[in-house]
Design a protein around this ligand. Structure first.
Ligand code: HEM
Length: 133
């Protein structure tokens, strides 16, 4: 059954980097360790320094025990969003001319282009037909 896991960008996770609000990312999973800072046997400073990046290597290097890995699940709050962050898409808009002249032109094109094309085609067909006789 699918589970509802909250997804956060690294940018957002990195904002939580103070003793009052501390998130660490370990192997793509995000943990809110604010309440664990004082109790962490490795010290609060290592956790604070581990914010803003995936600290999997640091976590593994510390040789955490199996019980530490079970304990960390209490602090799990979500996962890193795998969708790459796309820079805001630039919207190219046709330069708009609000002058009377351009409005008139727009209307003319909108309402007269199709009938004018039909008339043009008919004239060409009529000329070709007349030439064949
Ligand atoms: C939710 C995240 C974490 C939990 C629950 C956690 C838990 C623990 C626990 C229970 C210990 C005691 C030793 C053990 O049982 O393995 C420990 C030690 C330690 N942890 Fe963490 N830890 C976390 C994240 C981190 C991170 C991200 C780092 C490094 C950036 C780190 C660095 C250390 C260090 C350096 C020690 C001390 C090892 C020693 O002195 O023997 N921990 N941690």
């Amino acid at each position: 059954m699918p589970t509802l896991t909250k997804l956060y960008s690294m940018k957002e996770a990195a904002l939580h980097n103070t003793p009052e609000d501390c998130w660490v990312v370990i192997d793509g999973k995000i943990y809110d360790v604010t309440k664990y800072l004082e109790d962490h046997p490795g010290g609060d400073d290592v956790l604070l320094k581990a914010t803003g990046k995936d600290a999997k290597d640091e976590f593994d290097d510390a040789g955490h025990s199996k019980s530490a890995k079970v304990l960390m699940e209490d602090y799990f709050i979500g996962e890193l969003d795998p969708t790459p962050e796309i820079p805001e898409m630039e919207v190219f808009r046709k330069e708009q001319d609000t002058g009377f002249g351009s409005k008139l032109m727009d209307c003319a094109v909108q309402y007269w282009a199709i009938p004018a094309a039909a008339v043009g085609i008919s004239v060409v067909v009529a000329i070709l037909y007349a030439q064949r006789k």
